[in-house]
Every structure is written in C-alpha cells, then in structure tokens.
Design a protein around this ligand. Sequence first.
Ligand code: TYM
Length: 334
Amino acid sequence: MKDNKKIILSGIQPSGTLCIGNYLGAIKNWVDLQHDYDSIFVVVDMHAITLRQNPAELRKRCLSFAAQFIACGIDPKLSSIFVQSHVSAHAELAWVLNCFTYMGELNRMTQFKDKSKKNNANINAGLFTYPILMASDILLYQADLVPVGADQKQHLELARNIAERFNNEYSPTFKIPEPYIPNRGARIMSLQSPKSKMSKSDENENNFIGLLDNEKTILKKIKRSVTDSGSEVNYQNGGEGLKNLINIYSLFSGEKIELIEEKYKNQGYKEFKDGLTEVIIESLKPIQKKYHSLIDEKSYLEKILNEGSTNAMYRSRKTIQKVYRKIGFPQFKS
Ligand code: TYM
C-alpha cells in the first residue's frame, strides 16, 4: 500500500464507446480521488466478453479506453491502470467466490434481468455470474472505496455480502468496500429516451455523447435531444429530459442549477441547447486533444499498462494466496 493511503478501485468494460455518462458518473471522480487514494483503474475486458465482441475491435478498444482514462486526467504516476485479463488472479478468485454466492442473490441482479432481455439469443452463464467477477476485482486489492455510477450499487452490495460471508466463515480476509456514488452525475440519462440511463453500448448513437464525438456530432445530438412541451429552462418544473440536460450543463460547467436557470430565464430551449453544446464541446476539447496525441504512442501506453499489471499481479497474489490457504488448498514450498 502506497504511504498507507486508503485504496480505491474501479473499472470500465471496453464495450461500445466511452460516453459522458461514464465520465460524469465515474471517471471525473476517479480523477479527483486519485490525489488522496492509492488508486487502481481497470479496463475490464473479461467482463466485456459476456456479450460477443469482435476480437480485433476489443483489442483496439482496450488500448483506446486506457488512453481515454489518461486523457481525462488519470495520472499514471499516481494511479495504476491495467487490463484485467493480464492479471490471472481475477479469474482465480472469481471461481472461489462462485462457491460463496447463492443463485438467489444473482437472480436478484437487475442488470442481469435487463441485459438478458436485450440479448435473449446469448444468455450465457458469464452474464449471470458477472457480479462475482466484479466482486473479485474489488476484493483482490482490499479496496476501501469503489467510485461508480448508481447502476453498480446492487453489484457492490453483493460484493460486500460475499466478503462478509467469507470473513465470517474463516477469519477476516477481505476489506469490506464502500461504494462512492456521487450525489449528482450518478445517473446520466439517455438523450432521446430520458427514462433510461445513458449507455455507451446503445444501438442508437443519438442517445449518448461519446467522449471523442466531434463538434458537429455533439451539436446534432443535443439538438435532437428530448426536452418537454414547455419552453422554460426550469429544473423543478421540467420533465426527465430537461432535468438531465440541465444536470449535464451544471456538471460540466461547474455552475449551480439556479445560475443556469437565471442565465436562460427569458430564453427558450434553443438558446439553452446552444449553450449546453458549447459547454460540452469546450469541456471535451482538452480531453480529445490529449487523447489524439496519446493514441499513436502505442509503446508508451503499453508501458503504462505493463507497469499497472505488474503492480496488480504482486498485490493480487497476496490476497489469492491468503484465500487459498484459508480454504485449505495445499501450498508447498518450491
Ligand atoms: P460500465 O462499463 O457499464 O460503466 C463504467 C462506469 O460508468 C458508470 N456509468 C454511469 N454513470 C452515470 N450515468 C450513466 N448513465 C452511466 N453509465 C455508466 C458505471 O456506473 C460505472 O461506474 N460492472 C462495471 C465495471 C466493473 C467495475 C468493477 C466497476 C467491473 N469490475 C469493479 C467497479 C469496480 C460496469 O459494467 O461498468
């Protein structure tokens, strides 16, 4: 552990296109927290194969997501970044924890229900047991805090329950992790169907803004986004669509909601949307600039990821050996 700092761990699946939902719900907080915590951020490629992926694209996306983490402000000098499949302890612990998780618990996972509805041609066992792999990601590193969006809350509760069960059965082995879910930004909604959350894997690209979307695309997507039949830029009286847009405006600009309402008091949705477009474009500009300068530096990115996985291998081995010893797997001196 670095300087006895508390540990944070979080991950993102390299599926679809990283979007402002992922940024405002998770990455933005990672960037702030990394200064005070021993921080670990994982590109969780093993999670991504619960849905079929094109191998060449998955490989490319892992590197691209890591570059986007750095472009958003994750500093490899402060934080470890690595690719999950490079550290075999994740799969190893997942197997053990499979035997400490009940079918009933997994059956209650709302994300499994949603995802299996959407993918009924491929409801594989991985999709069902995926929260156990997520618990392993967290518990392997003895994380204190897990900064995520609201959609991951249930998975975190399961991770805590599994850890407590194991600790009670043997002796304290795992730290019980706390979720870190921001008050605002934890649930950014889809631009065209604001009753559902914004998703980076949405088939309709107009539902999300990608971190790498160009100005024209952002303009078009905000223009098409759903507001209300009214015309007033008022949070309280607004429907889900308008509330979501005001929230996005506030989170990117750092301006309070009342200030935004005041700014657009005698103006309509068009002016508000123009302002919002500008705020998003300006906020994403430095991220995109950094990303484009990084993505061709393949050897630099690979070096960062190799350092990350070396560190992760060392730390995760400690936990896995402890677990193996406690459950009774023989360990011989070589
Ligand atoms: P994933 O890849 O779906 O999403 C990555 C992160 O982005 C957050 N997020 C959102 N936040 C606000 N509004 C939204 N519309 C929105 N959409 C996504 C998610 O909450 C998440 O924090 N199972 C996880 C990945 C994972 C993980 C872990 C996370 C694997 N192992 C260990 C933490 C710790 C997932 O599928 O996230």
